[in-house]
Design a protein around this ligand. Structure first.
Ligand SMILES: [Fe+2]
Length: 315
């Protein structure tokens, strides 16, 4: 079968909430969750009143539909705020209305701040979001057996240089690999994965890298460094066939024919179906020295590269 890769490489759609929907979003309240870490901004999911938020409800349905059934990725404009506290609150409210926020680490956090802490590297065990490293193409839902329906990456500030987001449609990757059926077969078999950072107790699980949705759309689960680490911990070395399949996959992921590059601007929110789109970023250089903690009162304009990440499941 001859599949044209370019059919999966349309421009990433840019959309914006209407003024009426955005006003409804700004007036949305959050409700306390029992037994939660009540002091954190992500402890209280937003509550949407369908009677008073009809425009917003309809536009959220539209966005879900685009991610579920159409392009599987989009950029939403218009979420710029003055300071970090307002940005966190706005993105949290929006995200918790779009889907059900998932816990992303062993501390129970549902929003992760993505910025360089100036510490250890991914190879030394750091999670990706704490570094300024680029180059590892992955999807986020590699640490949990269940997939992430909506991945949100909201840009508070871009880097001085670099830090482009690279997006890769799993369907385009599949189309490129159809010439190599042995590689495809290997990727459809189980590999070991680990729950890095998700729980104090380390757990390994097995899953295929490539699978298919009920509709036959290719789904992907991939982060090579984590897979290699999980195989080491399991005491089950990758076979030469598996290594070759990963090398073929990495080589395809490196081709411009499958990559979209976007440089997110402050106030832009990238939303994607995590198991249908791989992503990475390019290496970046910040304007200021890295720091471990950032004060919520900091104006967005004074930040280094700063993103908020949410993982959502369908309600
Ligand atoms: Fe990621």
């Amino acid at each position: 079968m001859n599949v044209n890769v370019s059919m999966f490489r349309q421009e990433v759609s840019r959309v914006r909430l209407s003024k009426a929907a955005f006003d409804e979003l700004l007036s949305t309240k959050t409700i306390p969750e029992p037994y939660s870490h009540a002091n954190r901004f992500d402890a209280r999911p937003a509550y949407i009143d369908p009677v008073h938020s009809q425009v917003l409800s309809a536009e959220l349905r539209n966005i879900r539909n685009m991610i579920d059934h159409e392009a599987h990725v989009l950029i939403l404009d218009g979420f710029k705020t003055d300071d970090l506290a307002d940005f966190k609150s706005l993105i949290w409210t929006f995200g918790s209305l779009l889907g059900k926020p998932m816990v992303q680490n062993h501390l129970g956090h549902k929003v992760i701040e993505v910025y360089d802490r100036g510490g250890k590297s991914i190879e030394d065990g750091a999670r990706y979001h704490q570094t300024r490293q680029g180059a590892y193409v992955h999807n986020d839902g590699v640490s949990d057996p269940l997939p992430i329906d909506y991945l949100i990456l909201a840009c508070g500030q871009k880097a001085l240089l670099g830090g482009e987001s690279i997006l890769i449609n799993a369907s385009a990757v599949y189309a490129e690999l159809m010439e190599f059926p042995d590689v495809l077969e290997e990727l459809k078999c189980d590999f070991y994965f680990e729950n890095r950072g998700m729980a104090i107790e380390e757990q390994l699980f097995r899953a295929p890298i490539l699978s298919f949705s009920k509709e036959g759309i290719p789904l992907i689960r991939y982060f090579r460094v984590y897979i290699e680490s999980a195989h080491l911990k399991a005491g089950v070395p990758l076979t030469s066939g598996q290594i070759q399949a990963l090398d073929f996959l990495d080589t395809v992921l490196d081709q411009s024919s499958v990559q979209h590059r976007v440089l997110l601007e402050p106030g832009q929110v990238l939303i994607s179906a995590d198991n249908k789109f791989l992503h990475t970023r390019t290496h970046f250089i910040d304007i200021n020295a890295p720091s471990e903690e950032i004060d919520d009162a900091t104006p967005l304009k004074d930040l280094n590269r700063y993103m908020l990440r949410m993982w959502l499941r369908k309600q």
